[in-house]
Design a protein around this ligand. Structure first.
Ligand code: HEM
Length: 229
């Protein structure tokens, strides 16, 4: 990504082109916003694979059927791996690992559905609450990837669009498409190549601590005898 930006600077022929200072800021914004979020997503995926071994087995069987053992999964496999997509959406919904969005401030008085919010009020969205609303989600506190699949095993777009993890509105995450590709590919390759188990020396818990993202403290799991987390 840095190389692409440097290429744009090198070939900029007007004074309004990208400057070095812009580039530095943009790249650090993208890395800052895209690193902790994606790695936290992957941590939760692995933890839930360990917690639900039957789901892990089902995912491995489906990936083997679609991809086989002679190559690695690629993004072209996505349309044939609805259950993996469902697992990823359910992990985002169930964990809501970015529980509230970045705070913003109102620039004028505003009324939304009868609720008056004065100018200069700090507002942010409680994504966790949206993702656990019992009026929208059946048994919201149960981890169930199949909730996203219809009777033919296809992904229900209406429900996947209801998962809120990238915020909403003008300032919603600009990296959501890259993030979805990254998470899909890395998760698919890990599941294709490895089986994850709990480290027998510790109890498996989903407890976490709060920051911008919800993280697990010092979790370890085993893959064929190697500690990987
Ligand atoms: C699963 C991964 C990710 C999640 C859950 C996530 C979530 C979010 C959330 C909740 C916001 C705050 C939106 C708001 O202010 O209301 C945000 C902002 C942002 N995200 Fe992401 N993000 C992810 C990955 C990425 C990636 C990979 C990139 C870049 C390549 C990125 C770039 C940004 C940027 C630049 C902003 C600030 C947008 C603005 O202020 O207008 N994010 N993200």
């Amino acid at each position: 990504m840095s190389d692409a930006f440097i290429g744009v600077i090198d070939h900029a022929d007007t004074e309004t082109g990208l400057t070095e200072a812009h580039t530095e800021g943009t790249v650090s914004d993208l890395i800052g916003a895209g690193l902790d979020t994606v790695s936290t997503a992957l941590h939760w995926m692995l933890l839930l694979l360990v917690k639900y071994p039957s789901i892990q087995t089902k995912l491995q069987e489906q990936i083997d059927k679609v991809v086989g053992r002679d190559r690695l999964p690629s993004i072209e496999d996505k349309s044939n791996l609805a259950y993996l997509d469902a697992f990823i959406y359910e992990t985002m919904r169930y964990t809501s690992f970015v529980p509230v969005t970045i705070p913003h401030s109102t620039t004028s008085d505003v009324t939304i559905e009868g609720l008056h919010i004065p100018k200069d009020t700090v507002v942010f969205i409680n994504q966790w609450s949206v993702n656990h609303d019992p009026q929208k989600w059946q048994d919201p506190h149960i981890f169930n990837p199949s909730r996203f699949l219809d009777e033919n095993g296809a992904l229900g777009k209406n429900l996947t669009n209801s998962v809120m993890i990238f915020s909403i509105g003008k300032r919603r995450c600009i990296g959501d498409q890259i993030a979805k590709v990254e998470v899909f590919l890395i998760t698919a390759i890990l599941i294709h190549q490895l089986t994850f188990e709990n480290d027998p020396s510790q109890n498996l818990s989903l407890n976490c601590y709060y920051g911008l993202t919800l993280n697990q403290k010092g979790k370890k799991c085993c893959q064929q005898g190697f500690i990987v987390l």
